[in-house]
Write a protein that binds this ligand. Structure first.
Ligand code: NAD
Length: 248
């Protein structure tokens, strides 16, 4: 039987690339989306056309009750989960900290931090042998911003990703004895629509001079690392925060 993987925010960008590549590596994939069912179904159709197993599943990761429903749906439709990619995330428009509202910070942390933590909790409850599971692998999508700080753009986003790094370290230590590996990837400037969502459609082009490799990365290049971390090839890798940033 295929191993079951949930990718949050799987309908576009790094999440969609991860869903497709993971399916090629034999995972049965639950493609989570919050609002764009059509885009998620498109990813599912592509995977099925290639002979893989996938289904789409709706949940706003910032809403605990929706996340609980999503996990129950996956339990019933695909079977026991052994992989989770906490990919769903948002930026906000560029601003200085002095001009940011608490409302903005709540949204940022509810989605990027609480969403990932609730999904990780539900995954551990299924993967842990004490709950009848047989181990697994969790990959949190952090950001190079966690160490760069994103000054003048979104320090709040960087702080949220810093929280993800700390969560990765603590959870990895906590569940290592249960056969659950927990790692984070820290992408740099990657060509996806997230930059336009934050009002900076040319962000990669504008900042790529800061990248030692001289270019932005692709969603596929991040997905390669995520799928490796999920796999048995990474069987001794846990608690790692791995940059995929062209040296930036
Ligand atoms: P993207 O905007 O294309 O993808 C983000 C996905 O998350 C979208 O599908 C979106 O619908 C989903 N999402 C947002 N809020 C959600 C919610 N509340 N519930 C469920 N899904 C939700 O951007 P991307 O670049 O593919 O980003 C994926 C991850 O990579 C994010 O965590 C982002 O912070 C991180 N990242 C991206 C870059 C980059 O340069 N693109 C760099 C570092 C880190």
């Amino acid at each position: 039987m295929d191993k079951v993987l949930l990718v949050t925010g799987g309908s576009r960008g790094i999440g969609a690339a991860t869903c497709k590549l993971a399916a090629q590596h034999g995972w049965a994939v639950a493609v989570n989306y919050s609002a764009n069912a059509l885009a998620a179904d498109e990813v599912v159709r592509g995977i099925r056309a290639d002979g893989g197993r996938a289904m789409s599943v709706q949940a706003d990761v910032a809403d605990e009750s929706q996340v609980l429903r999503m996990f129950e749906h996956i339990d019933a439709k695909l079977g026991p989960l052994s992989g989770l990619v906490n990919n769903a995330g948002v930026v906000d428009v560029s601003a200085r900290v002095q001009d940011m509202s608490v409302q903005r910070w709540r949204r940022m942390f509810d989605i990027n931090v609480m969403g990932s933590m609730v999904c990780a909790r539900e995954a551990v409850r299924r993967m842990s042998p004490s709950h009848g599971g047989s181990g697994g692998s969790i990959v949190n999508v952090s950001s190079a911003a966690a160490r760069l700080g994103a000054p003048g753009q979104y320090v709040d986003y960087a702080a949220a990703k810093g929280a993800i790094d700390a969560f990765t370290i603590g959870l990895a230590k906590e569940v290592g004895p249960d056969g659950i590996r927990v790692n984070a990837v820290r992408p740099g400037l990657i060509e996806t629509d997230i930059h336009a969502s934050g009002g900076l459609p040319n962000r990669v082009r504008d900042l790529q001079h800061q990248v030692p490799m001289g270019r932005g990365g692709t969603a596929q290049e991040v997905a390669q690392l995520i799928v490796w971390l999920l796999s048995d090839a990474a069987s001794y890798t846990t608690m790692s925060l791995i940059d995929v940033s062209g040296g930036r």
